[in-house]
Design a protein around this ligand. Structure first.
Ligand SMILES: [Zn+2]
Length: 124
């Protein structure tokens, strides 16, 4: 019997740019990301912004790309936060990462940095 791959296993075994960006965040930058299949909004949004590389991603593209990535990895964006119409996860990552000692509901992006500049989001 073939065991169904977990969400994390699917991401780690995929060769696409976004999945590789997630793996690099975890393995090279020491990020601690949660692979929650049902509320995957945070992970998926981090994947699309990190996967955009040094060029970043336009603010208006974040949500559609998050949704498309969730489909790609077979994850679910359930609930108003996970499936928000706004790029709430990357905004949260900018203000509430492990680099901020006063962060609420901290997103641990390891040694990576998240920022916004001229209408684009970056996570490098
Ligand atoms: Zn992939």
């Amino acid at each position: 019997m073939v065991r169904r791959q977990t969400f994390k296993e699917r991401v780690f075994s995929c060769a696409c740019t976004r999945c590789r960006a997630v793996v690099a965040l975890v393995e090279e930058k020491g990020a601690v990301l949660h692979f929650e299949e049902k509320r995957a909004g945070r992970l998926c949004e981090i994947a699309v912004v990190a996967g955009a590389g040094p060029r970043g991603i336009a603010a208006a593209d974040v949500v559609p790309e998050r949704r498309s990535y969730a489909e790609h990895v077979g994850a679910e964006l359930s609930g108003s936060i996970s499936d928000s119409r706004d790029p709430v996860h990357i905004i949260h990552a900018i203000d509430h990462s492990n680099h901020n000692v006063n962060a609420r509901n901290r997103i641990n992006i390891g040694s990576a940095r998240a920022w916004y500049k001229n209408g684009r989001y970056y996570l490098q």
